[in-house]
Structures are given as structure tokens and as C-alpha cells.
Design a binder for this molecule. Structure first.
Ligand SMILES: Cc1cc2nc3c(=O)[nH]c(=O)nc-3n(C[C@H](O)[C@H](O)[C@H](O)COP(=O)(O)OP(=O)(O)OC[C@H]3O[C@@H](n4cnc5c(N)ncnc54)[C@H](O)[C@@H]3O)c2cc1C
Length: 592
């Protein structure tokens, strides 16, 4: 039996009431999706997630992948689940119809992806990385590469990987040493990559690696990095997999704190003749191509933060209702959900998870709107908004997911620390989310540097103005306290932005020392914005005949809780920004 179910009502609420999925679908000419198909798709995904993927989550934790005779063997059961996933047409949901995709909106695909990630985080990494590879090849690959590789990646027949990291080149990709040498119409790749997620497995008959490498005559630093497509098995002239193995092997597996079901491989390229690779984009312009993949994956990892928080919340809630501990004055024994402090933890989990869901879906809907926009000036603004959301979605949500999974363990008391309950797995699995696809520190530097200082705060000011305008439309006295908290938070965000524009542009240490506080402040603000909008919408819907009063009332209560207990964190973030740089940089290295 499964212990996970997608929170269908909340997901549909965000899609219909916050994002306007119907309008996005009509804009894209997908009238049938607008007229009920979206709900049916989500319903089917929920079944697959609950019935097939969720029960394998514990199996993946206890029986991780193994490496035998140069081949990685995934957790038993994963391959069957993957086959069902492909038979159901799930990999192609949001992909380009020109290459066999179904072309559904990214906003709907993100809800479906939440299901896979909540159900089985380790397993879901495989389709997530494939999705990133599809994006990168679509945006930068030659026509030939697109024709050869996209249809089979989109159908799920093959999977994709992302090969950036080396032992001396993690955050600092400029240091990477993997080499690529021209050899006729292709290149020969030599080098070793570490930490490669789903670098090898037996679920499909080919794996398509996207590999960053350096040409012999390349300029130093990030300007000398190129991107290559390196298949595990080479293709024949008809684009079919041959049995000719490319010189690319998984040579060991990492032993990890969590996500045991996801094989994390050390990949060796070119130990024999050099692995055959095909250039994606132009020589020395590889980092930009890889960023297409990374930006997609960064929002995907933010979604993982939401997904694992939801799963942990559901488990904590079930436990809190079942665990009897405590006695009332009349002698009756009570379950722990009756204790106010347990309710505080559950409310924090519930309201934060809703805020995370709203932000991840809204950010993806912005990508749909950007893609559909034809006016160049508006399109540029939409692009700037997508770019601004990316580090907040990745950084804030994954940091918050640490707290939510921590609380899930806490609700379980001592049993939370015992592996058999399974809640500790979510706590361990969540820990990677603030590290891969760029650590929290790197997301925050991206937000402060490329997304704030670089445009003089223009994109952020537009977001703040939109939030402000939305708040001015909330007039119902029931939401007065929410609006007041939001106004204070907006003022904190404006002060933080001004301080950063004044000081951080002049001093990189200032920017670096306060950037995470800034990112967290904006994350709490965005969460509060969407919770307030949701509550306002819920109030209007309550007046409609047949409305689900219980659900709508709970949306309003969650928004109030979030405003009262989470938004005050913007004050401490602002105070930390004001003073952070001086004390952070004051000690010499010897004084630590
Ligand atoms: C389970 C797992 C799966 C992974 N999957 C993949 C994958 O599929 N493909 C792939 O290519 N990589 C993958 N990675 C690698 C991952 O992306 C890197 O581990 C991550 O980017 C951090 O790099 P690093 O480990 O070298 O840490 P370091 O770069 O050494 O960072 C250490 C600390 O220093 C900080 N730091 C470093 N530089 C700066 C800076 N300039 N400014 C501020 N702070 C800084 C970091 O924030 C961090 O706190 C995976 C890693 C793990 C553990």
C-alpha cells in the first residue's frame, strides 16, 4: 500500500486559480487540455505515482544501485516502473511535437513532475536529467543531432545525463580538465567526471551523456569550455543503437547519505581510444549550452524541495493522528495532533508546502507565457522574470525543505530517528537538494549578481511592483493581517534591494556575505504574495454555490499562519543584511 497521494485539490487550485492554466492552454491552441483533460492527466499521474513509484521509494533506499562487471544495475523494480512510465507517454508530456512530444504546457508538466518526485525522488532524477538534456539539444544542437537523438530521448527510449563535475572542478567549472580533440566529423573525449547522476543503468538500451570538455587550443577559464554529446552506444546510419560500445564507462558508484536509489557514478571517458563525442553548439561556447540544461534542472530541483516536503508532511500528519500520547483531565488518552506544539509544526509544514507549490508552478507558467509571447519587449521582460525566479525557486525552496523534513522527523519523536518509520529517509534524501545544481551560496550569488546588480534591480523592481499592486486589491477585512504583514515584508525587500544596489556593486565581499539572506528574504516574500493571492481567491470562491468550504477555509487559515509566523523572517533577513558583511569578514583565517 502506498503512503503518498498527490494533493490534488491544492494542485488544481494553483493551476486554475493562480496560474490560469485554462488561458495558457487556449493560447497554445490546446482547447481539449483546457476543457478537463488537464485534470484527467493529473489524476492518471497520481495513480501511477501512488501505486507504482511510491512503494519503490523505500526499496531504493535499502537496496541502492550496484556496479558489476562494468555495468550499473539499478534497484530491483525500477526498470519495470520506468517501462510503465514510458508506455504511459509520460516522458513526452511537455516536449516539442516536432520530435514526438505532446507539447503540453510546462505549468501542467510541473504538477505531473511533482508527483514523480514526491513518490520516488531517487528514481525521478533519471527523467529530470533527460528533460534537461532534451532542452539543451533542442536549443543548441545541430539539425542532425536533433533528428538522431531527440525522438528517443523524448519517448524515454534513451535517457540523458549531465557531466560537469570533476574532482577539482565543482562550483568552479573554469578548472575542468576533460579534453576534446577534433577527429574528422567528431571529437575524441578523454577525462574523468565525478558525481554523475544516473550515469549508467540497464533501464534503456542507450544513455546520452552531455559532457563539458576543453579543446587543446581553447582559451583559459569558462570561455574555453565546449559541450559534447557522448552516447553510451554508437548509432548506425539510420539512427539506431548498435552494439558498438563508446569509450565511456561508469567506473565506480558513490556511497551517499541519501537518494540511494539514484546511481551517482564516476564516469571515465576515453580510457582506450577516446570516447566519440559530437559538438553541441559552437566550440568554446559550451557553458551557455549547459546553462540551458542547468536552468531547467535548477527549477526542477526546487520542485524536488516542494515534492519531498509534501511527502514528509503527509507522513507526519498520518503519524500525528495515529500516535496516542497524553491524557486529558477526564482521563481520556489523545493523539498527538491535539497538542498545540505538534499543530504548530504541522501548520508550518502545510502552509510552507503550499507556498512552495504556488511558487514553483507560477515560475513554470511564466516560462509558458514567455514561450507564447510575440511582442519582443514583453518577451524580454518575461525572460527576465523567469531568470529572476530560478535562483529563488532553487535556493529558497530547497533550504526550506530542510526545515520541513526536519519537522517531519520531530513530529515522530523518537520513532523519527528510527529508520523503520521511513521518515528519516526524506530528511536524508532532502539534504542533497541544497548542494547539487549549484549550492545555495551559488544560487544566491546568481540572484544578487546576474539577476539584481546586472540590470540595476529592474526585474526585481517589476516583481515588487506587481506584488504591491496585487496586495492593494485585497480589501476583505478577513485578510487585513495578511496584507499588513505583506506590506511590511515588501518594505523590507525594497530596503534590502536599495542597500544592495548601493553597497554590493562596489564590493564583492559585501555581495557574497549577504546574498543568502537576500535570497531567503525574497523567497519568503514570494511565498507570502502567492499565499495572500490564494486566500483572496478562496474568499471569492466561498461565495459560489457548491464550493468546498472546508478546503477554501483551510487555504485562508494557512495564508494567515504563513503571514504571522513565516513573513517576520524577512525582518531578521534584512537586519542580517545590514550588519552581515562586517562581522562575516572581520576574522582573519587564523582566528577561526
Ligand atoms: C548526489 C550528487 C549528485 C550529483 N549529480 C551531478 C550530476 O549529475 N552532474 C554533475 O555534473 N554534477 C553532479 N553533482 C555535483 C554537484 O553539482 C556539486 O557537488 C556541487 O555543484 C558543488 O560542487 P563541489 O562538490 O565541488 O563543492 P565545492 O565547489 O568545493 O564547494 C564547497 C563549498 O564552498 C562553497 N563555494 C565554492 N565556491 C564558491 C564561490 N565561488 N562562492 C561562494 N561559495 C563557494 C560552496 O557553496 C560549498 O558550500 C552531484 C553531486 C552529488 C553529491
Amino acid at each position: 500500500m502506498s503512503d503518498y497521494r498527490y494533493p490534488y485539490q491544492d494542485g488544481i487550485f494553483v493551476l486554475n486559480e493562480l496560474i490560469g492554466l485554462e488561458q495558457i492552454c487556449h493560447q497554445a491552441g490546446l482547447d481539449d487540455v483546457a476543457d478537463g483533460l488537464a485534470e484527467a492527466i493529473l489524476d492518471e499521474a497520481t495513480k501511477m505515482g501512488s501505486e507504482q513509484l511510491a512503494p519503490l521509494n523505500r526499496v531504493g533506499d535499502s537496496t541502492g544501485a550496484t556496479l558489476k562487471d562494468g555495468q550499473v544495475h539499478e534497484t530491483p523494480g525500477f526498470s519495470d516502473a520506468y517501462r510503465h512510465f514510458c508506455e504511459g507517454g509520460w516522458p513526452s508530456l511537455g516536449a516539442d511535437p516536432e520530435f514526438g512530444g505532446q507539447g503540453l504546457p510546462a505549468a501542467l508538466a510541473v504538477a505531473v513532475n511533482e508527483v514523480w518526485q514526491s513518490a520516488n525522488l531517487a528514481w525521478s532524477l533519471c527523467p529530470l536529467l533527460t528533460q534537461g538534456a532534451i532542452e539543451s539539444i533542442s536549443a543548441h544542437g545541430s539539425d542532425q543531432l536533433k533528428q538522431q537523438y531527440l525522438p528517443k530521448l523524448i519517448s524515454g527510449e534513451w535517457t540523458g545525463t549531465m557531466n560537469l563535475t570533476e574532482s577539482d572542478a565543482g562550483t568552479d567549472l573554469a578548472a575542468l580538465k576533460t579534453r576534446a580533440v577534433r577527429d574528422g566529423d567528431h571529437y575524441r573525449i578523454t577525462g574523468q567526471k565525478i558525481f554523475i547522476t544516473w550515469g549508467d543503468h540497464q533501464m534503456t538500451d542507450n544513455v546520452v551523456h552531455l559532457v563539458l570538455a576543453r579543446l587543446p587550443d581553447a582559451p583559459a577559464g569558462v570561455k574555453g569550455i565546449s559541450l559534447f554529446l557522448v552516447p553510451k552506444f554508437l548509432l548506425d546510419e539510420n539512427g539506431n543503437t548498435t552494439d558498438q560500445r563508446n569509450d565511456a564507462y561508469a567506473v565506480s558508484l558513490e556511497h551517499k547519505l541519501g537518494i540511494h536509489g539514484s546511481p551517482t557514478c564516476v564516469m571515465s571517458f576515453g580510457d582506450n581510444d577516446g570516447a566519440i563525442g559530437y559538438l553541441i553548439g559552437e566550440e568554446n561556447k559550451g557553458l551557455a549550452c549547459m546553462f540551458t540544461m542547468m536552468n531547467d534542472a535548477r527549477q526542477g530541483v526546487g520542485l524536488q524541495g516542494l515534492a519531498i516536503s509534501e511527502r514528509a508532511y503527509q507522513q507526519a500528519l498520518t503519524y500525528a493522528k495515529e500516535r496516542i500520547q497524553g491524557t486529558l483531565r477526564d482521563g481520556s488518552r489523545i493523539s498527538i495532533i491535539k497538542h498545540p506544539d505538534v499543530r504548530r509544526m504541522l501548520m508550518q509544514m502545510k502552509s510552507c508546502t503550499q507556498a512552495m507549490r504556488a511558487l514553483t508552478y507560477v515560475a513554470k507558467a511564466e516560462s509558458d507565457q514567455h514561450a507564447a509571447e510575440t511582442d519582443p519587449a514583453v518577451k524580454a521582460k518575461r525572460k527576465a522574470r523567469v531568470d529572476l525566479y530560478t535562483p529563488i525557486v532553487k535556493g529558497w525552496i530547497t533550504e526550506l525543505s530542510q526545515e520541513i523534513t526536519y519537522l517531519a522527523v520531530q513530529v515522530h519523536g523518537g520513532m523519527g530517528f528510527i529508520e523503520e518509520t521511513g521518515v528519516a529517509q526524506h530528511y536524508r534524501d532532502a539534504r542533497i537538494l541544497t548542494i547539487y545544481e549549484g549550492t545555495t551560496g551559488i544560487q544566491a550569488l546568481d540572484l544578487i549578481g546576474r539577476k539584481t546588480l546586472a540590470d540595476g534591480g529592474e526585474a526585481l523592481s517589476a516583481l515588487i511592483a506587481e506584488i504591491n499592486s496585487d496586495m492593494s486589491e485585497i480589501t476583505d477585512p478577513k485578510l487585513q493581517s495578511v496584507v499588513t504583514s505583506m506590506q511590511e515584508s515588501l518594505s523590507n525587500a525594497i530596503s534590502a534591494q536599495q542597500w544592495i544596489l548601493d553597497k554590493a556593486a562596489k564590493d564583492a565581499n559585501v555581495a557574497g556575505a549577504v546574498s543568502v539572506h537576500f535570497m531567503m528574504l525574497l523567497g519568503y516574500l514570494c511565498g507570502g504574495w502567492l499565499m495572500a493571492k490564494s486566500a483572496n481567491r478562496a474568499l471569492s470562491l466561498q461565495a459560489e454555490e457548491g464550493a468546498d468550504q472546508e478546503f477554501l477555509e483551510s487555504k485562508i487559515v494557512c495564508a494567515r499562519f504563513y503571514a504571522e509566523q513565516m513573513l517576520p523572517r524577512t525582518v531578521s533577513s534584512l537586519n542580517a543584511i545590514y550588519s552581515g558583511d562586517e562581522s562575516t569578514m572581520a576574522l582573519s583565517e587564523d582566528q577561526f
